[in-house]
Design a protein around this ligand. Structure first.
Ligand code: MN
Ligand code: MN
Length: 472
């Protein structure tokens, strides 16, 4: 054993100075950071298990915010710096604001994540019987690879609204003592034709029929008595009849719970990381923000997975209307406020997967455990359908994160012309604010079980918090 310290060569020293440091993020952070990541993710798993659909995520967010002193926003009231308010948009999206010392005069700081995830929605007339089996017809929501959904245990979540306006909450299939449901698949023995057809055709949208029962109502010689039995069970349990499905938001989601993944428990496997894995850090950052310089607004939005259309999605005016109310109270015009506003669009990116290396460009991919990923632009082709964050804004964000020792990386979504995708960033940019995507790298994005690293989840929380409290 020698105690002579190795001198770094001139080349090694120069590399350290000039090259981007791309070593494994776990080697750059402290033991304390790893411990805090594990701790932070315990409640995150609870959020995932209790917020599989946007309505449940809003309920969780509102309850957590109220405990932390947020009250429902009232535009006739006057608010002081440090006041905490929330706006619940139809139970499917929520905004939390912490009023800053400067209010809206220097713009607002926005953190926006989405709480909807790909899934199977029930069609308006879903129940049918065929060959003595009862099924739900579904219409998939968001970008899914359809073959991934058969034989996965599913739970039914959502609401049925009766004609008198009363609401029935449905949440069945997640607990061990409840029944679950599933889409069936063809046995390999008889799948010669299926296996030789292209993936898109082998399993299409009308194959996504969910098995919900098999026993007839009675020994009567009536038709559709399996369906009758199911409707009778639903009537006894929920008081609903077939027509009530017409005024329902019911959806099938994977029935399993969020789990630690890997022998080292460094990752989490769960349904719906995209984008609860940014929504939860954003919610926690909002709650931990006490008296910011500028007003901080955290938006947990809906409809992102289908392009943000609809009154609870980011193409709706609901966020800018809220900013306008806050601006008016400060004697400001909303357009002047938006022009000075900055935003982190908190959404996931694809983590480099060595098994599918050809889909990625290694120098510009995000990696598990390298921290929060900043995505300068998303979109597809020649940078279509995206906002491209300016060099000036990128520099601001770099400084905030580096000054606070936040572990972060950059990433593009896959290789050029390999496909593509978008986030809500462009809708915010179109409101004349500065915005860039920042979030968590995900393996198996949009699959029934997605994978993230605990360190990256925690660093995304830290990035959002530092962005909220650091005025540039
Ligand atoms: Mn997303
Ligand atoms: Mn997505």
């Amino acid at each position: 054993m020698s105690n002579k310290k190795e001198e770094k060569s001139a080349a090694a020293q120069l590399k350290e100075k000039l090259f981007l440091n791309r070593k494994n993020g776990c080697l750059k952070v402290s033991e304390e950071d790893i411990r805090k990541s594990d701790e932070f993710c315990e409640e995150y798993k609870n959020f995932l298990n209790n917020g599989k659909i946007e309505r449940e995520a809003v309920e969780y967010a509102v309850a957590t915010a109220e405990k932390a002193g947020f009250t429902e926003y009232d535009r006739t009231k006057t608010y002081q710096p440090g006041d905490r308010v929330y706006v619940n948009n139809r139970g499917k999206a929520v905004m939390l604001a912490v009023i800053g010392k400067n209010g809206t005069h220097n713009g607002v700081r926005l953190g926006i994540a989405h709480i909807d995830s790909p899934r199977l929605d029930l069609k308006p007339n879903p129940v049918y019987e065929k060959n003595n089996l009862a099924f739900f017809k579904t219409h998939y929501y968001g970008g899914i690879k359809k073959y991934q959904w058969p034989t996965v245990p599913l739970a039914l979540h959502g609401v049925v609204i009766l004609k008198d306006g009363s609401s029935i909450t449905v949440n069945i299939g997640d607990n061990d003592d409840e029944p679950c449901f599933c889409v069936t698949d063809l046995l390999p023995h008889l799948a010669v034709e299926q296996m030789s057809s292209v993936m898109k055709k082998a399993f299409n949208g009308e194959h996504l029929n969910v098995l919900i029962g098999s026993r007839p109502f009675s020994k009567d010689e009536e038709s559709e008595i399996v369906k009758l039995n199911i409707l009778n069970i639903l009537f006894e349990k929920y008081g609903i009849v077939e027509e009530d499905f017409l005024s329902a938001d019911l959806t099938l989601v994977p029935a399993f719970k969020a789990r630690d993944l890997g022998f080292d428990r460094s990752m989490i496997g769960a349904y719906g990381h995209d984008d609860k894995v940014c929504a939860y850090p954003a919610l926690m950052a909002a709650i931990d923000t006490k008296l910011p310089e500028s007003t901080v607004i955290t938006v947990l939005t809906d409809r992102e997975e289908i392009g943000s259309d609809g009154n609870t999605g980011m193409k709706s005016t609901y966020m800018v209307d809220f900013v306008e109310d806050l601006a008016k109270a400060d004697g400001e015009e909303v357009r002047h406020v938006m022009a000075k506003s900055t935003c982190l669009s908190a959404d996931v990116n694809a983590a480099y997967d060595p098994t599918y290396a050809s889909a990625f460009e290694a120098n510009n991919s995000s990696y598990i455990n390298n921290g929060a990923v900043i995505t300068k632009y998303t979109g597809s082709g020649g940078k279509y359908s995206t906002s491209d964050a300016s060099a000036e804004y990128m520099a601001k964000i770099r400084k905030i994160l580096d000054d606070a020792n936040v572990l972060w990386q950059t990433g593009e979504l896959g290789k050029v012309d390999g496909g593509g995708g978008g986030t809500i960033a462009k809708f915010v940019a179109n409101l004349n604010a500065d915005v860039v995507d920042l979030g968590v790298p995900v393996l198996s994005m949009h699959a029934p079980m997605e994978v993230v690293s605990k360190l990256d989840v925690y660093m995304t929380y830290r990035a959002l918090y530092e962005f909220y409290i650091n005025e540039e």
